[in-house]
Design a binder for this molecule. Sequence first.
Ligand code: GTP
Ligand code: MG
Length: 200
Amino acid sequence: MNAEFIKSIADLGVYDNESERLGKPEIAVAGRSNVGKSSFINMIAERKNLAKTSSTPGRTRLLNLFSFGEFILVDLPGYGYAKASKSEIRKWSMLTDGYFSHTSRLVHTLALVDIRHEPSELDKRMISYLYDSGKPFTVIATKADKLSRAACARAKSMIASALKIGVDDIIVTSASSGQGRDAVWNRINSVLSVSEDPLQ
Ligand SMILES: Nc1nc2c(ncn2[C@@H]2O[C@H](COP(=O)(O)OP(=O)(O)OP(=O)(O)O)[C@@H](O)[C@H]2O)c(=O)[nH]1
Ligand SMILES: [Mg+2]
């Protein structure tokens, strides 16, 4: 996969122009700070340093756009960063809420949650927001390498019931082992084939 970084965006006006210029379907990656969004992007792109990862939460504070050929992947700033200042939180909400309300090209959101934790209030709010606004999404459980197979299966059911979604609507992934990459690509390809069909 020949993915490329396009640019980091701090301003919705710039996003509008860029989205218009690119003219391609967009897939967003959302989730709390440190859940593994940037690592997930590198995992599906099969590239080590396409998106910058960090063990310090709150690293990605801008909208980062990546070209994946047929579609644009939008790395959203992570929410729920405990140490963020009020102005940073405001900036995050402005960019993320702004992105969701502005975009006309979003075809799917990959909503990431950490497989080791019970979904937080913010995770639940994110999922309800997507559900209530009719934006199609897939829940991605990250960091599966941190749990045994049996614990992963239990965690998957726990996450499904906390988020009120089906167990089969969750894709379990690991950025370190590459687990789940094919399932994610199958989902992306089916989303794109539906969005290209003018009758849908
Ligand atoms: N073991 C393991 N560690 C992971 C995995 N994915 C991410 N990490 C680690 O989790 C930390 C955060 O990863 P990032 O990809 O930077 O997380 P992010 O969601 O982009 O964080 P922000 O940009 O701050 O919102 C890093 O130390 C990663 O190495 C995974 O699948 N397995
Ligand atoms: Mg990041």
